[in-house]
Ligand binder design. Structure first.
Ligand code: ZN
Length: 466
C-alpha cells in the first residue's frame, strides 16, 4: 500500500521533506534544511530516519534552501539517484547550494574559534565540494508538462508564482492498476505581483499537502510603489542614502523592478543604485533569462523596447570587496541594495556601520525579519546595534514594508485552495508554525468543510485509491 511520511516541515516552516512509498519504491519530494532553533538544526546532524541509499528519486518544488539545502548531506550519506528540478530551479541551486555550504563552513570556523564544539576541529554540515557533488545529480524536468518517473510515479509541475522556477506538483501514484493523485503545494506565491505569474489554480487531488507559512495572517495592503517613492523622495530631500538589506533571490529583483518603474514614471529622481551582492547579480541574470516564468506586464515591458525591466538607469554592480568598500565614499543620495536580508551577515553590515549613525539616511526593511536578527532589532526600534564588536548608534530612519513577501498570505492561500472543484479526501497542513497551522485549519474547515490533518514530525499515513 502507498504511504507518505513527513520527514520535515511538520509543525514548523523548515526542513521540507516528504517521503512517498509505493510498489517498493521511494520518492522524496523536496529535501530541505532545518533552520532556526538549536533543536531543529540538530536534526540536520542526526542520522536520517530513512537511509538515503534506499531512496530512488528526489523531486524538487523550488530552489529555496529550506526545500533543497539537505541535498548535499543525503548525497554524502549515500543517495545516488537523480534530483529532478526544472531549469530555473537547477540554475538557482547552482548558486544557492555552494553558498549554503560556504555558510556552513564559516559557522564551523566560528564555532572552532569559540571552542564550544563536540567535534575537534568543528565540522561543517557539508562542504562546498559536497554541494558540487550533489549538483552533478540534478536532472532537468519540464516547467509545465507531465513526465514519468517510473511505473509507480508520474508528475506534473504547475507554476506556483513564489520565486523563479517554483512549482506545485501533481503526483500520480499507480499501484495494482489503481491511481492516487497527491498534490504538493510547494510554497504558494502571491497574486498580482510584478515579474512572476500568479499561482496556477489546482483542480483536483485525492490527498493534498498545503503550506501554511502565513496561515494566520495577511500581508499589509497599500501600494508598494507609492510607499517606496515616498521613502526615496524624503531621503533625497535630506541628502541621505537608502540602505536596503535584501535577500539575493527574488527580493532584490522585486526592488529593482519597482525602482525601474518609478524612474520611468519620473516619480523618483534617477539615482545611482549600488547592487552590492555578487549572488544577487547572478540571480538577476537568471531571472531575466527565464521568460516562461514572466507575467504579461513584464513581457510587455521587455518587448516594448524600453530596456531591461530589472535594471535601473544608473546601476553600479559591486562584485569585488574593493568595489563594495568604495560605496562608503559616496556622499550624495544613492540606493544601496545588499544581502543578507535580515542583516545577520554579509556586506550589508558594512553599509549599516557607515550609514546608521547619520539621521539623513534611511534603512528600508523589505522582508521578514526573524527574532534575534539585526533586522528585527531595527524593526523593533533599537537605539544601537552591536556590529563587528562595535556599538553602532541608530540615528537613521528605519522603515519596514511588509507588502513585499514572496509567500501567499492567509486569504491568498484560501483563494488558491478554492480552485479545487472536488474536495481533497484528506488535506495535510505543513510548512507552518503551530499558530499558523491551527488558524489555517480552522479557516479551511469553516470555509470548505474539508477534513484537515496537521501531521507530526515522522508521522506516516496510508494513501488509498478512491
Ligand atoms: Zn520558498
Amino acid at each position: 500500500m502507498a504511504k507518505i511520511t513527513f520527514l520535515g516541515a511538520a509543525g514548523t516552516v523548515t526542513g521540507s521533506k516528504y517521503l512517498v512509498e509505493a510498489g517498493g519504491k521511494r520518492l522524496l519530494v523536496d529535501c530541505g534544511l532545518f533552520q532556526g532553533t538549536h533543536d531543529l538544526k540538530q536534526r540536520n546532524w542526526n542520522n536520517p530516519p530513512v537511509d538515503p541509499a534506499t531512496i530512488d528519486w528526489v523531486l524538487l518544488t523550488h530552489a529555496h534552501i529550506d526545500h533543497t539545502g539537505y541535498l548535499p548531506r543525503i548525497v554524502h550519506l549515500g543517495y545516488r539517484g537523480p534530483i529532478y528540478a526544472n531549469a530555473a530551479t537547477n540554475e538557482l541551486c547552482q548558486l544557492l547550494l555552494p553558498d549554503s555550504a560556504h555558510l556552513q563552513e564559516e559557522d564551523a570556523q566560528y564555532i572552532g574559534k569559540k571552542g564550544y564544539s563536540s567535534h575537534k576541529p568543528p565540522l561543517p554540515l557539508y562542504t562546498v565540494a559536497e554541494a558540487q557533488a550533489a549538483l552533478k545529480q540534478f536532472k532537468e524536468i519540464p516547467r509545465a508538462a507531465p513526465f514519468t518517473i517510473s511505473p509507480e510515479f508520474s508528475a506534473r509541475p504547475h507554476d506556483a508564482g513564489h520565486i523563479l522556477g517554483s512549482s506545485w506538483l501533481e503526483l500520480t501514484i499507480t499501484e495494482n492498476g489503481k491511481q492516487i493523485l497527491v498534490v504538493f503545494s510547494g510554497d504558494v506565491g502571491r497574486y498580482n505581483q510584478p515579474i512572476l505569474n500568479d499561482p496556477e489554480p489546482p483542480s483536483r487531488a485525492d490527498y493534498l499537502l498545503c503550506e501554511s507559512t502565513y496561515g494566520d495572517r495577511d500581508h499589509p495592503s497599500g501600494s508598494v510603489a507609492d510607499e517606496l517613492a515616498n521613502v526615496i523622495n524624503d531621503t533625497v530631500k535630506r541628502g541621505g542614502a537608502i540602505v536596503i538589506p535584501a535577500f539575493a533571490v527574488d527580493r532584490t529583483q522585486m526592488i529593482m523592478y519597482y525602482l525601474r518603474q518609478l524612474e520611468s514614471q519620473k516619480r523618483i529622481p534617477v539615482l545611482p543604485v549600488y547592487v552590492d551582492s555578487p549572488m544577487a547579480i547572478n540571480v538577476t541574470e537568471i531571472y531575466v533569462r527565464h521568460h516562461e516564468d514572466h507575467d504579461s506586464d513584464f513581457t510587455s515591458l521587455e518587448q516594448g523596447g524600453k530596456g531591461d525591466p530589472l535594471n535601473v538607469r544608473t546601476v553600479h554592480i559591486a562584485r569585488s570587496v574593493e568595489d563594495s568598500k568604495k560605496i562608503n565614499d559616496v556622499t550624495t543620495p544613492c540606493i544601496i541594495i545588499s544581502a543578507s536580508g535580515m542583516a545577520t551577515g554579509g556586506r550589508v553590515l558594512h553599509h549599516l556601520v557607515k550609514r546608521l549613525p547619520d539621521p539623513k539616511n534611511t534603512v528600508l526593511l523589505v522582508g521578514y525579519q526573524a527574532e534575534g536578527t539585526n533586522g528585527r532589532a531595527l524593526q523593533d526600534g533599537a537605539k544601537s546595534l552591536n556590529i563587528f564588536g562595535q556599538q553602532i548608534p541608530v540615528r537613521a530612519q528605519v522603515i519596514s514594508m511588509g507588502q513585499l513577501s514572496a509567500h501567499a498570505g492567509k486569504s491568498e492561500l484560501l483563494r488558491w485552495l478554492s480552485g479545487f472543484k472536488v474536495p481533497p479526501r484528506q488535506t495535510f497542513l505543513v510548512h507552518g508554525e503551530p499558530v499558523a497551522l491551527n488558524s489555517l485549519r480552522d479557516a479551511v474547515t469553516a470555509q470548505f468543510k474539508w477534513p484537515v490533518t496537521i501531521p507530526a514530525y515522522l508521522q506516516s499515513f496510508d494513501l488509498n485509491p478512491s
